[in-house]
Design a protein around this ligand. Structure first.
Ligand SMILES: [Mg+2]
Length: 335
């Protein structure tokens, strides 16, 4: 008899597993390839909801406080609501704690959840409490919007311009530093650690998105490479990067230590920056409005039908090798 060998999760990784279960999940408004889900509540109201799970073993870095753990879980979920152009209204969190976790530490996690919700001006609505072998915080956040204001991941056209809400590369250095691989000067160490210990959803950009028609948007929680690659595939076009959104201090570091700047920019993850596209005729309005609201933007490139995948035309970095990495669960390999 020809028996199929049993596969375990690490044999296939997160992305392949998602492909295999896609037909079981219904996400009628946004589609399976979105981290947020949405259902139509009435003629003009859509409920947008996201669940995002923080597990200490994979999502918590050495030196992170319990308060920061609670805060990060909220950010992971809220970021996906914000990427839809939706104002989050509330957040629930189911938590699991090991039985030997100190009560004060457990309380600090809950306080962190509450603190981050307050900072985002949303309600913390409670959730389930359970016992587990690791600290787990599963945050669920939601908001409502009209059909017109919901920003999908699909719908870009040739020539549409891509922007990010900030620079990349600091989280890569933060991870490397905490895993003991590198030395950083005081300024860079502060910036890198702040980026991994206190990540924030870019909720302040919602007021900009309400003014400008944003065609597509995605948060960069899995890393810039995966984000761009997903947007390229979903929209059936190539993406030309004419200006790499590398943090200036990271750029200096890469030069000094001869590291591949693309690796630092593309493979970090958990920046929670938003990557979005607008039509070229909206650019003037976008820049004016962003200046008015004092919001930083990085113009990184555009969609093209001349090639597939991601192409770097930024003169400073075009010779660098594009890493294929990004974060994937259950897997030691990079997608
Ligand atoms: Mg998320």
């Amino acid at each position: 008899m020809n028996r199929k060998p049993k596969r375990v999760m690490s044999d296939i990784g997160e992305r392949q597993f998602l492909l295999e279960i896609a037909n079981l999940v219904s996400n009628p408004v946004l589609g399976f390839n979105d981290d947020a889900s949405a259902i139509q509540l009435s003629e003009d109201t859509i409920l947008v909801i996201n669940a995002d799970m923080l597990v200490k073993q994979t999502d918590v870095l050495p030196g992170m406080t319990y308060n920061q753990i609670g805060r990060k879980a909220v950010t992971m979920s809220v970021s996906d609501i914000v990427a839809k152009g939706v104002n989050p209204l509330g957040c629930l969190a189911s938590v699991a704690f090991p039985e030997d976790l100190e009560v004060e530490s457990a309380k600090k996690i809950i306080e962190g959840i509450k603190d981050q919700c307050s900072e985002y001006n949303i309600q913390y609505l409670g959730g389930d409490l359970n016992e587990g072998i690791d600290i787990i915080v599963d945050a669920i956040s939601f908001g409502t919007c009209s059909k017109e204001s919901l920003i999908p991941r699909v719908g870009a056209e040739v020539g549409d311009i891509l922007y990010t809400t900030g620079y990349f590369g600091l989280t890569s250095l933060g991870f490397q530093f905490l895993l003991g691989n590198i030395n950083l000067n005081d300024e860079l160490k502060h910036l890198a650690l702040e980026s991994v210990y206190n990540p924030k959803a870019k909720i302040q950009y919602l007021s900009l998105f309400q003014k400008i028609q944003v065609k597509i948007c995605m948060d960069s929680s899995d890393g810039l490479f995966i984000t761009l690659n997903d947007l390229s595939k979903l929209n059936g076009m190539g993406i030309e990067i004419s200006k790499l959104p590398i943090h200036p201090n990271v750029s200096d570091y890469a030069k000094e230590w001869k590291q591949n700047p693309l690796e630092l920019v593309f493979s970090g993850g958990e920046e929670f920056e938003l990557v979005f596209a607008i039509s070229p005729d909206k650019e003037h309005q976008l820049i004016k409005e962003a200046q008015k609201q004092n919001l930083e933007l990085q113009r990184i490139g555009s969609f093209s039908d001349k090639f597939e995948g991601i192409k770097i035309t930024d003169e400073e970095y075009r010779e660098c090798e594009i890493p294929k990495g990004g974060y994937e669960h259950f897997s030691s390999f990079h997608s």
